[in-house]
Design a protein around this ligand. Structure first.
Ligand SMILES: O=c1ccn([C@@H]2O[C@H](COP(=O)(O)O)[C@@H](O)[C@H]2O)c(=O)[nH]1
Length: 230
């Protein structure tokens, strides 16, 4: 098991392109994330192929449905032997509790994480969907609900990491996408932070996609991010 905080998002349309990228990475220096596009196209074969190469896998399907459906989906995901999976905290405590029950609490159970507010969400989108109040306060409320429902941590922006660490303690796992090395483009992300600032703010895991997968030399891009962490 690697001690690296870096999770590379393998956002690709096919198993072959995902494995082409994974084969340029070192499983001792990062974990990988499989999301909706790749899993929908290729299914569990992706997870098996990455496990065979020695990677720990975060299956990022963000389950959000009625409690029974989410529980069954989480049990199916856990059966794949993944390292981490997630649900949406906006599904509420009954849904998150059902997910916890389904995944179990054995030492080899995957980490169960709740998505708070997407890192692509800005204040305008927050208001557009009928949410009110301030975004950090809402993230904190959802994270507290996740913790009280037995989850191991949350997905949030690194911009909220120090707030959450103070409110929920150092053990509660903070998984932060929207990571952008200095001078790189934000793409569709709005609540971003650099790798070093994210770690200093209390992020446990940095989810990084395009800044690595879109680089001419992905392993070099990963190495530069590692170096920036000191
Ligand atoms: O709030 C969230 C939750 C998940 N993601 C996922 O992380 C990666 C980020 O990729 P980049 O290319 O580094 O932007 C992507 O797979 C998202 O689905 C997120 O960005 N924000």
């Amino acid at each position: 098991m690697t001690e690296s905080p870096i999770i590379v998002a393998l956002d690709f349309a096919s198993l072959s392109t995902a494995l082409h990228l994974a084969d340029q990475l070192d499983p001792d220096r990062c974990r990988v994330k499989v999301g909706k596009e790749l899993f929908t196209r290729e299914g569990p074969a992706v997870i098996h192929s990455l496990h065979n190469r020695g990677f720990e896998v975060f299956l990022d399907l963000k389950f959000h449905d009625i409690p029974n459906t989410v529980a069954k989906a989480c049990a199916a995901a856990a059966d794949l032997g993944i390292w981490m999976l997630n649900v949406h905290t906006l599904g509420g405590s009954a849904m998150m509790y059902a997910a916890r029950q389904a995944v179990g609490t054995a030492t080899d159970a995957p980490l169960l994480i709740g998505v708070t507010l997407l890192t692509s969400m800005d204040q305008a989108t927050f208001n557009e969907v009928g949410l009110s109040g301030d975004m950090p306060g809402t993230v904190q409320k959802l994270a507290l609900l996740a913790k009280d429902s037995g989850l191991d941590g949350v997905v949030c922006s690194a911009q909220e990491a120090s707030l959450l660490q103070k409110a929920l303690g150092k053990e509660f796992c903070l998984v932060t996408p929207g990571i952008r090395p200095k001078d790189s483009v934000a793409d569709d992300q709005h609540r971003t932070m650099t790798p070093i600032d994210a770690v200093q703010a209390g992020s446990h895991y940095l989810v990084i996609g395009r800044p690595i997968t879109g680089a001419l030399n992905p392993m070099q891009a990963l190495a530069e991010i590692e170096a920036s962490l000191g």
